[in-house]
Design a protein around this ligand. Sequence first.
Ligand SMILES: [Zn+2]
Length: 439
Amino acid sequence: MRTMRWLGSLTLCLATIAARAAAADQIGLDWKAGAASAVITPQTNMWMAGYAARKKPSDGTAQDLFAKALALEDAKGTPLVLVTMDLIGVLPSLRQSVERQVQERHGLSPEYLLLNASHTHCGPEYRVRSGHEQEAKDYTSFLEQRLLRVIGEALAQRKPARLLYAHARCGFAMNRRRNYALAPDDPNAKRAPNPDGPVDHDVPVLMVEGANTNLCAVLFGYACHNTTLSAVSMTNNVPRFEFNGDYAGFAQETLQAGRPGLTAMFLSGCGADQNPYPRHFMVPFVKPLEFAQLHGRTLAMSVEAAMAAHVRPIRGPVRAALEYVALERQPLPAKAPNPPKAQSPPPPRQYPVQVIRFGDDLSLVALGSEVVVDYSLRLKRELAGKAIVWVAGYSNDYGGYIPSRRVLAEGGYEAPDYRPEIEDRIVGLVHRLHDRLAP
Ligand SMILES: [Zn+2]
């Protein structure tokens, strides 16, 4: 009986693989794709990004940091390059420099280049700071060389491929904002994490298959701060000063370890108000780095679950747009004494919005900086139609939090002083670009 059941499940399994292969064959190798990766761990110890509480530079590496590029080309010959990095963010100066050089060397239009950072808080600080100018300059030049190298290699390695989409769910992200809706006289109820706050637990997965359904690259997303190793973990014997990619780094490592030859890439989502829980020293017998590894494996298993679930073909043509919208700040508070006069607000921020449409099958929206989850939920709702909608944050820009109207009204940590129209300005531009790129 047991043998029969075993044979039955084997037959079902083989039938599933055969059906998947047949379906994949029918889709055809309509794309060309190439992937490349390079280590971007600093070659010497240097200051780390993310926590001002650090008072000394790094003292080692717990896990290497990587830059990875996926170069795609649709049937019409239009190229698209997606780059992911285990870094705090994409500084505008880095984006501008890489964009210009990639255009010069490879003729790639800026709107067809996406740069995304995992927002690990255990990577190098490459913003120029007083007293550390040379260090930041040296690392930036090293990083740019590596980025140009992986982009060049990925473009050079383009081979016939098919694109498939799948998704699953992963639950460790929890809203980290206090529950402002609760009574102000109940301080305990207002503590973070907030299990009743909005989340986006979707794990979108783009699979790149070569001939013989060989999986060469996997791009996966998640909306959660990449900060399992929080500032609180900077005590005792933890790798607080060791470079590592946090949960996103361990998720990529897990996927690649199980599938030799695979390039696994993490595309950070709208996780500005989400944290991975538990984290740092929340559980006495688990060290912070172990939490990062656990969350990484959990996310990797969600990607595996997605790939075993319903898989949809992604067809071209690929069309992309990248535009900047001015985000206005509130006027600064009036200064005493008399006569009190409102100071003029800081100049508006030029904020990048990128939309990439894969035919009628997939719309990828890439927003700059640290975007709260409301944007992802709203855009997926409003753009819902025939195409799958995937929203990334931390793309092409790094310069603080991007609050929604709700978060601005509540105030608190993720609510810098933008004017309340910020959400509609960003979402409005996404809609305009999305409509313009309609197949
Ligand atoms: Zn952050």
